[in-house]
Design a protein around this ligand. Sequence first.
Ligand code: ADP
Length: 254
Amino acid sequence: QLDARLPASDIPELQRLGVSFNRMAASLEDVEQRRRELISDLTHELRTPLTVVRGYLEELADGEVEPSTEIYTRLARETRRLERLVNDLQELSKAEAGYLPINLQPVNLYPLLEALVEKFSDQILEDGPVLRLNCSPQLPPVLADIDRVEQVLVNLLGNAIRYTSQGAITIRAWTQSRKLWIAVSDTGIGIAKQNLPHVFERFWRADRSRDRHSGGTGIGLAISRRLVELQGGQIFVESELGKGSTFSFFLPLA
Ligand code: ADP
């Protein structure tokens, strides 16, 4: 019926639309499936620390255990875990609602890079990777929101540390055609080639149980990409399984 009424030239166009519609539906289904997994993971992730915290508090209140540094350290660790989860969820819901205020100003990023290297070096275990900064202290200013750039770098460095047991994590920065590039490279587990197109998708994780165990939610890189793009930049990944990964992004010079 339809064919009879349409000019022949419109049919390939309609077929193309059909194919792209099917693709869209499949990708929405994927996101929906991952959202369901995320909620079930989050429920589990929230319940575990809550059970530990409640257990200790009840035992302390009943005098069943003596207060000790060990117990307080454990309580603090579980509370931090809860905090991280809540922060991730909050960022995600802001990003999804389109509410991520960006305040662009000319900023010099070198002091931020230095401060982050210092902060994250403290978090790496003694036999873990070394963290180094490899760039000139005279970086030209970029037009960016420094808090948002920090958020992106905290995500990238957090991942690099999480997925690298030894070797080095290197931050580099350089300018090229009116852009400042920043790259975070690691010598960690790497990402399989077929997975590279997915890493910036929300809720995507290479290995659901492993990455959940390491505190991952699959939200960080999706938010990072959005933040970089809102500042007029772009973010990229290169990686080789078992060898390491490099996440790089650029921002426009001021
Ligand atoms: P998560 O909170 O799970 O780390 P992200 O969005 O930050 O979420 O990352 C998504 C997934 O990409 C991770 O679960 C992990 O599988 C993979 N990934 C991210 N960064 C790295 C890295 N530096 N090395 C290896 N895999 C990584």
